[in-house]
Design a protein around this ligand. Sequence first.
Ligand code: ITT
Length: 200
Amino acid sequence: MYLATSNRNKVREINEILQNIDINGSITVKYIFDEIKEDNFEVEEYGETYVENSVIKAWAYSKLIKKPVFSDDSGLSIISLEGFPGVNSARFMENYSYEQKMKELLSMLENEKDRTAYFACAATYFDPQKNFLVTCQEEVYGKIAFEIRGKNGFGYDPIFIPDGYDYTFGELSKDVKNKISHRAKAIKKLLLFLKSATIL
Ligand code: ITT
């Protein structure tokens, strides 16, 4: 199954998550640009929600390869910043490094008492031949750290401390992240549904 994404970190992480899901038989996701060979193919993510953008990506990529795909739209929403950067997590300060993006978010929170935040992931399955689509969203709640900590994971992991832990996703092992993350919960929910409906 192809994952409709340009982000190889999502492919790696979803494959790690899939190893922990017992659904009688193994499923793995493949990087879709190995199939479409068009490095400049881009999908405009014009949705206002994670679910909308996840559906937009699944639809656009599956039309191109004419096969069913999974997609993942995700991001970090900070409550005191009214959900920012949210669906714009990848596009916020697009030409800057994640270190610079995280520093900017930390400075925006300098005088904020409430550091509550959540990662969200909307995971979608779309079969273009059957016009059949399933989507779901899950979140993991936590707090934004006071400094950048750890090198594990990707994106904003080094500033996010999930509830119940004293360490950031950047410090926690991938096994811990892949048990409790927004992505793990959404992929698990989607797969168990598809399996119970005998679609996979
Ligand atoms: P595609 O749209 O091609 O899938 P993308 O990276 O642009 O790739 P999104 O639009 O879904 O994907 O943006 C998600 C961004 O949110 C991602 O690039 C990270 O910066 C951040 N993000 C999502 N999940 C994350 C995670 O588990 N850990 C850290 N940051 C995450």
